[in-house]
Design a binder for this molecule. Structure first.
Ligand code: NIG
Ligand code: FE
Length: 406
């Protein structure tokens, strides 16, 4: 069988290397080539040995070719901005105080409920295209700015439509337990029953979510409440994750380990016992530099996570309140500066480890059988992605074997 496409003369960073060190795991093939059939990688090896039967050949000009980047934590679908809140935050007002005064997530919920599906799609598509320009080919899309069945459904449907229309690949995550909606103020139990008894069954029936997330923190949901929501989602066969320890460690890491979750996200505050539990259950840590920067918090410590053997992921957390960011390479660069990831760890954190945080074994690495999602950069050293503080753009990407030059 012939190949559809060969990428030749490339500095291939497979992110599929063997070996204990991050450097070895980058698995670089310096004078490499990649052959693609359909939407899959069919062959990888030395340029000199490349198949000569392809319908099309692209000369990468010795540039870096990485797996398409994976953004494993975004709140991509929302309406409105919270620019005024940023001004208030910088003037010293606390994020939780702003939320308590009707701002925060509630402000985005008001704007999002008022927006049509087409309007939400157009806004989300613009953000996804900006992500793609940086080399991101898979985006996790959370709901959570609807907080009622109709709007949550609309947000997840937009997430699915982005993939259907070939903008980027997506996975969708139900985050109904993001906040208590205004109509349930003072009735936490009522809202939890909505989430568990109404929304999860309906969304499962419509097959609109791949995973479930909960905001487990002070002023959000308790460990107990999060356990109830995540257990209901688990019973539906969904993958699990949660926002934990953004402000205060409430034992979320241990809960996620018990439930067999894929990731715990944020982790500005986490105990050694929590990290141990995550490491032994294979729960990844998703680090979100845009959020700790916006909230002017101390970053998590990569050395601690490394010492405990917790795999690290970096994501944009793209959202209107705490991380107005679409730039995944910039987040990798910030994670290096603020949290102390090595440059190599940062590259793995936005590729193969990020795919792992979504339960996807078929991407985030360049290997035979994986999806042909690639990103080519005008660089000869892949560490440039985590070195440059913004401005990194892909020269071209391949999305399931389809080459796109933006
Ligand atoms: O990941 N922590 C909760 N969720 C978002 C922020 C949501 C918002 O402020 O709109 C986060 O930081
Ligand atoms: Fe988030």
């Amino acid at each position: 069988m012939t190949h559809d496409l060969v990428i030749r003369n490339a500095h291939v960073v497979t992110c599929a290397g063997a070996g204990p060190s991050a450097k070895e795991r980058l698995g670089i093939v310096p004078d490499g080539a990649i052959a693609i059939r359909g939407d899959r990688i069919a062959w990888i090896g030395a340029d000199a040995d490349r198949p000569r039967d392809a319908a099309r050949e692209i000369d990468a000009g010795r540039r870096v070719v990485l797996p398409g980047l994976v953004d494993a934590h975004t709140h991509l679908v929302f309406a409105g901005t919270r620019i005024d809140e940023l001004a208030r935050k910088m003037a010293g007002e606390d994020y939780r105080a702003i939320a308590a005064s009707g701002g925060g997530i509630a402000a985005s919920v008001r704007a999002t409920r008022a927006a049509s599906e087409d309007e939400l799609f157009a806004r989300a598509k613009a953000r996804a295209l900006a992500m793609r320009a940086c080399g991101t080919t898979t985006v996790e899309v959370k709901s959570g700015y609807g907080l009622d069945l109709a709007t949550e459904t609309r947000l997840l449907a937009v997430g699915r439509r982005l993939a259907r229309e070939g903008v980027v690949s997506t996975t969708t995550t139900f985050l109904g337990a993001h906040a208590i909606p205004p109509e349930r103020a003072g009735d936490r139990e009522g809202y939890l029953r909505d989430v568990i008894d109404v929304m999860i069954p309906a969304i499962a029936e419509a097959k609109l979510a791949d995973a479930c997330d909960v905001y487990l923190d002070e002023n959000a949901f308790t460990r107990d409440e999060a356990g109830r929501v995540l257990s209901a989602a688990k019973a539906r066969g969904w993958l699990l994750k949660a926002h934990i320890g953004q402000f205060r460690d409430l034992g979320g890491a241990e809960l996620l380990a018990e439930l067999g979750a894929l990731s715990g996200d944020h982790l500005e505050d986490v105990s050694d016992a929590g990290l141990r539990a995550m490491a032994s259950a294979g729960v990844r840590a998703v680090l979100l530099p845009g959020a700790w920067r916006t909230l002017r918090q101390k970053a998590p410590d990569a050395a601690r996570m490394r010492a405990h053997g917790v795999a690290m992921v970096v994501a944009t957390d793209c959202n209107p309140g705490t991380s107005a960011c679409v730039d995944l390479p910039l987040c990798a660069a910030l994670a290096v500066r603020d949290a102390g990831l090595t440059l190599e760890e940062a590259l793995l954190a936005i590729t193969v480890e990020a795919a792992g945080a979504l339960g996807l074994a078929d991407r985030g690495r360049i290997a035979v059988g994986a999806r042909a999602d690639l990103a080519c950069y005008d660089e000869s050293d892949p560490r440039a992605l985590a070195y440059a503080l913004g401005g990194t753009r892909a020269r071209w990407i391949a999305l399931g074997g389809r080459v796109i030059e933006d």
